[in-house]
Design a protein around this ligand. Structure first.
Ligand code: DMJ
Length: 637
């Protein structure tokens, strides 16, 4: 064979074939390949090597588990504010230790279970698990003499007896040929354990800071106001965590100061801080919390000094100045219409009408605005003109959700007299039914999609899962029974958003399939696979259980709690948001415990499992959008 000429193309000659002898033994093939390789020019060899290397790199980079891994390492929570245009979170850069494999050390049996876990889209199934992750920690039994000063209508006095009734008998299981009965699981105690574990991390690594970063054993600051601690105050009271509550109260009385040159988001600080302080005041009767509530409420008032009286999104609580975000003069509709319960209550308690007047004016203006479609509101409103902007886009998810929730809840708070609120609520529900409500394929799950300039999108945020609870609450307060029917259907859908995921935890956003012949109901885009420990589904389960007493809602909640324990619990303390609910092998921790996990999620779990309907009776209290109970006004009853 003649050596190939040094041209810039690859030329291979198959010698064996030409001789008519077919030799295919390994040795021959190896030598023949090597000979051919040596016959190639340097350029040809380099070209081939480069192509192979390129293919390898592309292959690795497009492997989802690898990309998820890098995302997990690099992520700085993308856009987590639900309503805010863009909250600025200033993370304190911690010393990073092991960011890989965050979760509690697994037992060998758990490892086996995970190894056996099938990947790929599962069908509709109830993933109810039989055992809980209940630690041995015991409840503190002793009641302090004066601790429960003005307890919730003596409700908790009845709690202990009723809690005993909340033990769950777990079915017999076969193990290594022996049949034995699993111990009873006390679900309320499991929630307390989860709280204690979360609090342990917060106390050790983030005490007095806004948020725990459990993986790096550090903290993040947003407003610099001890957000998690304040958000969690009433949860500790309700869960009867006396020692933890007292420590937190001491911090509030000795360390918490709002006299600080910081920009805070009006909506977030109202629902979490003002709401948290007001509800803690109601539960404890301790005026420390009312004084603090009045202080922060007053410092937030400059937000309303705008040409339109539609508040700015940000306030400097030290300087008394307010402003919109740097890039727009818009606020989101949810932000400006979901601060009313708190400011109205502040006026009632302080007899200072300015707070209520400011937020009522916002509602009156929004009530009259052009740009709604069948009662549905756009997502943005301009603080100069007072008009909606970005017309034609409608969602019950981020940036609009709690507008609908607060229409109903203000109506309830004020004694069902403010008919404009009720009218807007009822009209909006008609708008939902007409424009946003569809069924998925193949299982005909009812879901709430979105509308953009007349075009329907089958996208549903997890945030929308507040809706079953709100619908049920409305039905309980005398609205049509069909609201309850819709609530039940949507509740099933929200549950399936968890059950159909490989970790049993819902992603942030799902897309429902609507075409015939779809294999599963739910699709999840890569960028939407995170779970931030959000409360909405558990919140709705609580309402649905309270009103129907159907135990399946409790069982669904129990299943979800166990999956939080399995995939988000960090062994050194705290729980973390995760990046990928579809990968039980590596859910990829985000290193952040949102304050609402303690303020809302765990509180709703506890209320779901409690047998006492008088523990925060829904005829006496209305929960703000951050799960802080505020009283329904007594004069109204
Ligand atoms: C909370 O801050 C509130 O529930 C708010 O209404 C929506 N977002 C978070 C929880 O997901």
């Amino acid at each position: 064979m003649n050596p190939p000429s040094r041209t810039d193309f690859v030329s291979l000659t198959l010698t064996g074939q030409g001789s008519g002898i077919y030799n295919n033994n390994k040795q021959w093939r190896r030598q023949s390949c090597w000979r051919k390789w040596k016959l190639l020019s340097r350029l040809q060899r380099n070209l081939i090597l480069f192509t192979v290397a390129l293919m390898l790199v592309c292959g690795i980079a497009t492997n989802p588990s690898v990309t998820e891994h890098f995302r997990g390492l690099a992520v700085v929570a993308k856009e987590e504010g639900d309503h805010a245009l863009k909250p600025a979170i200033h993370e304190v850069q911690p010393e990073l230790d092991k960011l890989n494999r965050p979760l509690v050390p697994e037992s060998p049996s758990e490892k086996q279970k995970r190894a056996a876990h099938k990947r790929g889209p599962p069908g509709l199934q109830n993933r109810l698990q039989k055992k809980g992750n209940v630690s041995d920690t015991q409840v503190e039994k002793e009641e302090g003499e004066n601790w429960r000063v003005a307890m919730i209508d003596q409700a908790t006095e009845r709690r202990t007896a009723k809690e005993a009734a909340n033990k769950v008998d777990v079915p017999e299981v076969e193990q290594e040929g022996h049949s034995h009965k699993e111990p009873e699981v006390d679900r309320l105690e499991a929630v307390r354990d989860a709280f204690r574990h979360a609090w342990k991390g917060y106390k050790e690594f983030a005490w007095g800071k806004d948020e725990l970063r459990p993986m790096s054993k550090s903290y993040g600051e947003w407003f610099g106001l001890g957000l998690t601690l304040i958000d969690a105050l009433d949860t500790m009271w309700i869960l009867n965590l006396k020692k933890e509550f007292e420590e937190a109260k001491t911090w509030v009385s000795t360390e918490l100061s709002f006299d600080k040159d910081v920009d805070v988001n009006l909506f977030e600080s109202t629902i979490r801080i003002l709401g948290g302080l007001l509800s803690t005041y109601h539960l404890t009767g301790d005026t420390l919390f009312l004084d603090k509530a009045k202080d922060i409420g007053t410092r937030l008032m400059p937000a309303f000094n705008t040409p339109s009286k539609i508040p700015y999104s940000d306030v400097n609580i030290g300087k008394g100045t307010a402003h919109p975000p740097r890039w727009t003069s818009d606020s989101t509709v949810a932000e400006v219409t979901s601060i009313q319960l708190e400011f109205r209550e502040l006026s009632r308690l302080t007899q200072d009408t300015r707070y209520q007047a400011a937020v009522d004016e916002v509602m009156q203006k929004v009530h009259k605005l052009e740009g709604k479609q069948d009662g549905l509101v756009p997502m943005f409103i301009n603080t100069n003109s007072g008009q909606f902007t970005h017309l034609g886009m409608f969602t019950l998810g981020a940036r609009a959700d709690s507008y609908y929730e607060y229409l109903l809840k203000q109506w309830i708070q004020g004694g069902k007299k403010e008919t404009a609120l009720l009218e807007d609520y009822l009209q909006a529900l008609e708008g939902v039914k007409k424009n946003l409500l569809k069924k998925s394929s193949p299982n005909r799950l009812t879901f709430v999609g979105e509308l953009s300039h007349g075009r329907f999108s089958p996208k549903m945020d997890h945030l929308v899962c507040f809706l079953p609870g709100t619908l049920a609450l409305g039905a309980h307060h005398g609205l049509p029974a069909e609201h309850m029917e819709l609530a039940k259907q949507l509740m099933e859908t929200c549950y399936q958003m968890y059950a159909q995921m490989e970790t049993g935890l819902s992603p942030e956003i799902v897309h429902f399939n609507m075409h015939e012949g779809s294999i599963g109901d739910v699709d999840v885009k890569l960028a939407d696979r995170h779970n931030l420990l959000r409360p909405e589904t558990v919140e709705s389960l609580f309402y649905l259980y309270r009103f129907t007493k159907d135990r399946k809602y409790r069982d669904w909640g129990w299943e979800i709690l166990q999956n939080f324990n399995k995939y988000t619990k960090v062994s050194t303390g705290g729980y973390t948001s995760i990046n990928n609910v579809r990968d039980p092998e590596y859910p990829s921790p985000r290193d952040k415990m949102e304050s609402f996990f303690l303020g809302e999620t765990l509180k709703y779990f506890y209320l779901l499992f409690s047998d006492d309907p008088e523990l925060l009776s829904l005829d006496k209290y209305v929960f703000n959008t951050e799960a802080h109970p505020l009283p329904i006004w007594p004069t109204a009853q």
